[in-house]
Design a protein around this ligand. Structure first.
Ligand code: FE2
Length: 374
């Protein structure tokens, strides 16, 4: 399968230098139980906590860490709280994609003067561990980007949070960092958000998948991958496309009741070990028919891994000019068919597995059909 590569040279200096993803915050109905799920099933560890016991009266937040990945799970404590409205509408989902910057005030200035809508005016939070400077702008749907500057801070997470003690320390599953984070936007909205990332954030469109490449009778969608200047942060954007059946993106938009984060791709250096581990802890993955593996080596050429474990686990492989990648997708991790995770191991490849879209979308279609949403 071909991918159209658009690789425009960067003509100006990076006006929004990003060090990577700082954290991802989920708004959930029960943060205590969600934290247990991400610890037990995905192998995250407690890092910090904020709630009534630490002087925060209206919500509870659990911060978990594995490798460089930090997740925050937040729940409101009363029905009238704005976070409760968010959960009522969207179910559990990602609210905040926080980006690490060297200057949160300048990040705010650079993006808002280019037209970003304000979510959080720049502010400085302090406690005995130092200061964190933060600001924020609106993204698609009710999702937001926060800019976090923590070079003068040595506390566990942010002011207001305290270290979390626990007797529950599940072993990690080898997850290292967030490779990319995908957003689903509404009909004909993809280019609006591509322009947002280009004009307001200084990103580049590095890959495009149009509906001819990834549709026919399968879940039709179009996708563009946006990357920041140094390539540390990548946000693919999907929009639905007309097909014979209901697009998986449409199903998401219907059940999330709007635009939002579709999946987080978490990187590992040993996908067979990671997926074996995740599966044994109860994580459910999409599976492809074993015939996928009959022509795999013809399609992707030599790979270092044995085929049998990949086949047994349902791990997909794709190749581009620079190498290959191995990937697998979980089923949605909540009852609404919205957010899911990808586990990815890159062996040189910088692409996103376009050669797997057909097999993958057929698998998603089977799931949609079982939910009566096709
Ligand atoms: Fe992905």
């Amino acid at each position: 399968m071909e991918t159209l590569t658009i690789d425009k040279p960067t003509q100006t200096a990076d006006f929004l230098p990003l060090n990577g993803t700082d954290y991802v915050e989920f708004y959930v109905g029960n943060a205590k139980q969600a934290a247990y799920y991400y610890k037990a099933a995905f192998g995250f560890q407690d890092l910090a906590y904020a709630g009534p016991e630490t002087g925060i009266r209206d919500r509870a937040s659990y911060v978990l860490q594995q490798g460089k990945i930090r997740l925050v799970l937040t729940t409101p404590l009363t029905s009238g709280h704005p976070i409760a409205e968010h959960i009522k509408k969207h179910g559990d989902g990602v609210k905040i994609l926080a980006l690490s910057v060297n200057d949160a005030y300048d990040a705010f200035k650079q993006t808002t003067q280019r037209g970003a809508r304000v979510y959080m005016e720049p502010q400085t939070l302090t406690d005995e561990h130092g200061e964190v400077r933060m600001s924020g702008i609106m993204l698609y749907g009710e999702t937001v980007h926060l800019f976090v500057e923590r070079k003068n801070y040595n506390g566990p997470f942010l002011p207001g949070y305290q270290p979390k003690e626990s007797h529950h320390h599940p072993t990690d599953t080898g997850l290292l960092y967030i490779d990319h984070c995908v957003g689903n936007v509404g009909w004909h909205k993809m280019n609006e958000w591509v322009n947002f990332y280009e004009d307001i954030m200084g990103f580049r469109n590095i890959l495009t998948f149009d509906d001819k490449m990834i549709s026919t009778e399968y879940s039709a969608l179009m996708s563009k991958v946006m990357s920041n200047g140094n390539g540390f942060v990548k946000f693919p954007i999907n929009e639905p496309a007309e097909g014979k059946k209901k697009s998986q993106i449409e199903e998401y938009l219907e059940f999330y009741e709007g635009e939002g984060v579709q999946h987080l791709a978490l990187a590992t250096q040993d996908i067979v070990k990671t997926v074996t581990d995740l599966q044994s802890r109860g994580i459910e993955f999409l599976t492809v028919p074993t015939t996928y593996y009959d022509e795999l080596i013809d399609r992707v050429g030599h790979i270092d891994e044995d085929l049998e474990p990949l086949k047994k686990l349902g791990i997909l492989v794709d190749r581009d000019d620079e190498g290959y990648l191995l990937q697998i997708f979980t089923k949605p991790v909540e009852d609404r068919p919205t957010l899911f995770f990808e586990i990815i191991q890159r062996k040189g490849a910088k692409s996103f597995g376009a050669g797997n879209f057909k097999a993958l979308f057929e698998a998603i279609e089977r799931e949609q059909e079982s939910r009566g949403n096709l």
